[in-house]
Design a protein around this ligand. Structure first.
Ligand code: TYM
Length: 327
């Protein structure tokens, strides 16, 4: 049986980077897997302080946005991570089979712990909770952007070690990285990833931006001093980023877009990309508004969490049994 799972943290805004890195592949692959899971990683959000009121509002926004983006609750189990008490319980059992060195070598931990001297312990154990998210339901593939690849690989290592120590328990997961748009870059600084916590909002497109804002941001995107539109992530990070965005949203191959722009200037390419992004997001936003104000969301989450709890409980009990924490 093939399974696919991914999650997003409800922090900051839902960005175009999140959408292209995690949601677009999931929507495309919904029919190709026997089971698909998508959740809001609200427990992961807590590793850094969140205003409770804002967090609560954002959780709902994210769920509505998932469905507006084309995630079909009939095909995909949608749930809220914190409503499944077995996930943190599994995470603890996995923490005890993860090495400190392994966790502290994670790039995200190294970067984020540098930014704030009073970082939480949760920042270190973050990828282990992520391993619990992934491993409890025997997921095979995990669509993520490149920034999360290392965490999925850690989940795989931890699963392998557990299987080796205690006997076959987990399916070994792997990151699923789509070719285009694996890492959407900041429009102003295309050497950095487009990130929701970015200080310069001009470089980040959120899923809630209007056509006007999107167009402005894309027209002002940083490019280079050359003239020709072609893909080269090292020499032309800005242009390559725009090509990645257009390709991920339109389904066109990058080579086709390059061909289309032979002899044309960067301004024309930007117009083209802005049109693709704005048209896509306008359609999503219209569905989003209807969903956010309707009753459907709670029914979807109630159903999703039931299934998630059932699977996690079974896995937790199996792990406990193997580890000898039973009466
Ligand atoms: P988060 O919330 O930071 O990001 C959600 C997803 O969006 C991808 N992403 C990007 N992809 C391409 N370009 C970008 N600029 C960009 N920015 C973000 C991320 O790679 C991710 O796939 N720890 C995870 C949430 C999580 C999770 C899980 C994911 C918790 N448990 C289990 C998969 C499986 C996170 O913080 O993602």
């Amino acid at each position: 049986m093939s399974k696919l799972l991914t999650g997003l943290k409800p922090t900051g805004e839902f960005t175009l980077g999140n959408y292209i890195g995690a949601i677009v592949p999931l929507v495309k692959l919904q029919d190709d897997y026997d089971e698909v899971f998508l959740f809001v990683a609200d427990l992961h959000a807590l590793t850094v302080y969140q205003d409770p009121k804002e967090l609560r509002a954002r959780i709902r926004k994210f769920i509505a946005m998932y469905i507006a983006c084309g995630v079909d609750p009939k095909k995909t189990t949608i749930y809220l991570q914190s409503e499944n008490p077995y996930i943190p319980a599994i995470s603890w059992l996995l923490e005890c089979t993860t090495q400190f060195g392994e966790a502290s070598r994670m790039i995200q931990f190294k970067e984020k712990s540098k930014q704030n001297a009073n970082f939480s312990v949760g920042l270190l154990t973050y990828p282990i909770l992520m391993a619990a998210d992934i491993l409890y339901c025997d997921t095979n593939d995990v669509p993520v952007g490149i920034d999360q690849k290392q965490h999925v690989e850690l989940a795989r290592d931890v699963a392998e070690r557990f299987n080796h120590k205690y006997g076959e328990t987990f399916v070994l997961p792997q990151p699923y990285i789509a070719k285009e748009g694996t890492k959407i870059k900041d429009l102003k600084d295309p050497t950095k990833k487009m990130s929701k916590s970015e200080e310069n909002p001009q470089g980040v497109i959120t899923m809630f931006d209007t056509r006007e804002v999107i167009t402005k941001k894309i027209m002002r995107a940083t490019t280079d001093s050359e003239m020709d539109v072609h893909f080269d992530e090292d020499k032309k990070p800005g242009i390559s980023n725009l090509l990645n965005i257009a390709s991920a949203l339109s389904g066109q191959k990058i080579a086709e877009i390059e061909q289309q722009f032979v002899g044309k200037n960067y301004g024309e390419l930007k117009q083209y990309v802005a049109e693709i992004v704005a048209t896509k997001l306008e359609a999503i936003q219209a569905r989003y508004e209807t969903l956010l104000n309707g009753k459907e969301l709670d029914a979807i989450l109630d159903q999703g969490i039931q299934k998630s709890i059932q699977l996690a409980k079974a896995k937790y009990e199996q792990m406990k049994e193997k580890m000898g924490v039973v009466r």
